[in-house]
Each structure stands twice: as structure tokens, then as C-alpha cells.
Design a protein around this ligand. Structure first.
Ligand SMILES: [Zn+2]
Length: 250
């Protein structure tokens, strides 16, 4: 940040955009869920959406030969950064940045997030709260694990329509989601169980899953609920995998 960057597109797909910002000073970066902005001198911003496959690698100079499909490479201030496989990588003017910000939902990881704006969307919808949590125009960056887990922790049926969520309940969901997501970033893994339900507290074997972390329902179909022993259920909702305890989330 604060350096003039050499911006290029070794793969070529971002060549035109790279030329527009190459040599400019990077003033600021911002994240909204999986959307990233790099703000450059001259009122130009690069918008990146990582999507499911986007990956970032970085290191100290000298930068290695570009391997694979490097959409965008940044070099400057002794560092390099490679972006591969994003859903979007494009140059925006300030109006386009604002347009996208307005469309994005509240990001629980941002201190300036506005949960009341998200709540207005929830309250005005007949869709299931599970689907609304995963809707990026309502909540940015929630993700499947947190959407499933936060509803279990609230004892809430995932099919509850948004319009029947009270302000108090939304406040509880938002506060819990924010705490869990912040902890996930700090620890580098996602744990959503209360202290009394850890493997140590329950004298049970730790969960074995490539995602790691101790959870209540996510990817535990057919296993016993850690709270009541009922088998965790699984079903599709809004095109995503929903997991829930039929007893704890009536
Ligand atoms: Zn249960």
C-alpha cells in the first residue's frame, strides 16, 4: 500500500484492465465478503470476486515465473501477489464501486456493517432464513457452515420465513454470526460449539473432517446431535446443503 505497483496479467485475460492501473499508487484495499477492492490513484479501482475457485498467493521479490493461469500479478514495495481463478477481476470507476457496495449485503466482519439494513431485507422476505443468510445481497460472506451452525445455535428452524424473524432474534443471529466469523478468522479454522460441547468436555473423539473444526450440524447427517442425541438431518434448501437437528430446531 502506498507504492506504485506494476500490474500485469500473465494469463492475458485481464491485460486491458492491467494496463489502465499499471504504475499507479495503491491507496487502499477493502473487503466485503468475497469481494475485494484495490483503490488506485486517479479514481480507478480493481474489483475482484474470488468466487469458489479464486486463490491469492504472495511473497517477497523476486517473483517466481508465473505458474498456471495468473489473471493478475501485482509487484511493488518488495512484494508480489498473484491472483488465480477469480470470478471477477475488473477495473471500476467510483460510480461502479458505489453501485456494487449498494448491492452487497452487510459483512459481519466489517465494523461499519449495518445489520439493520440487512434486517429490513430479511423482514421483507418470505424466503427461508437459511436462504437469506446465504444471499450475498443480504449478508456478505456468511458461507454454508456458518449459516447452518448459527441457526442451530439459535434453536431456529432453517425454513422459518424472514418476515417472522423478530428484531431481537435478528440481533441475536447477527451478534452470534459476527462473533463466530471473527473467531474463525483469528483461529484459522471454524469451531462453532460451546465450551460444554467440545470433545474434552464431552469426553468424545474429535470430529474427523477435511474442513476441521468442531460443529453441531454441518456435514454431520445421521450422527447424534451433541445436545439431544437426535440424528442430524440433511436436505436441499435454496440449492444448498442444509443440516439441522429436528428436535433442537423444531
Ligand atoms: Zn438436538
Amino acid at each position: 500500500m502506498g507504492h506504485a505497483l506494476h500490474v500485469s496479467s500473465p494469463q492475458g485475460r485481464f491485460a486491458g484492465g492491467a494496463t489502465r492501473v499499471d504504475g499507479r499508487i495503491l491507496r487502499d484495499t477493502e473487503a466485503y465478503g468475497k469481494h475485494l477492492f484495490h483503490h488506485y490513484d486517479g479514481d480507478l479501482s480493481v474489483h475482484v470476486h474470488l468466487g469458489l475457485y479464486g486463490k491469492v498467493a504472495d511473497g517477497q521479490v523476486p517473483a517466481p515465473e508465473p505458474i498456471g493461469q495468473v489473471r493478475m500479478r501485482l509487484e511493488g514495495g518488495g512484494h508480489w501477489l498473484d491472483l488465480r481463478g477469480p470470478t471477477a477481476c475488473e477495473v471500476f470507476d467510483p460510480a461502479q464501486v458505489q453501485q456494487l457496495r449498494d448491492r452487497l449485503g452487510a459483512d459481519p466482519l466489517r465494523d461499519d456493517a449495518e445489520p439493520e439494513v440487512a434486517y429490513r431485507k430479511v423482514r421483507g422476505s418470505t424466503k427461508a432464513i437459511f436462504a437469506l443468510l446465504l444471499d450475498q445481497t443480504v449478508v456478505a460472506g456468511c458461507g454454508l457452515i456458518y449459516a447452518n451452525e448459527v441457526l442451530f445455535r439459535a434453536g431456529l428452524a432453517p425454513t422459518t420465513p424472514g418476515r417472522s424473524i423478530s428484531p431481537e432474534l435478528w440481533d441475536e443471529l447477527w451478534t452470534d454470526l459476527r462473533a463466530l466469523m471473527k473467531e474463525g478468522v483469528a483461529r484459522g479454522r471454524i469451531d462453532t460449539v460451546h465450551t460444554r460441547h467440545t470433545p474434552e468436555a464431552m469426553r468424545r473423539a474429535p470430529r474427523v473432517d477435511r474442513h476441521g473444526g468442531e460443529v453441531y450440524v454441518y456435514r454431520r447427517p445421521g450422527q447424534a446431535c451433541l445436545v439431544c442425541g437426535t440424528e442430524i438431518a440433511r436436505g436441499p434448501l435454496a440449492g444448498r446443503n442444509l443440516y439441522w437437528c429436528p428436535t433442537c430446531q423444531p
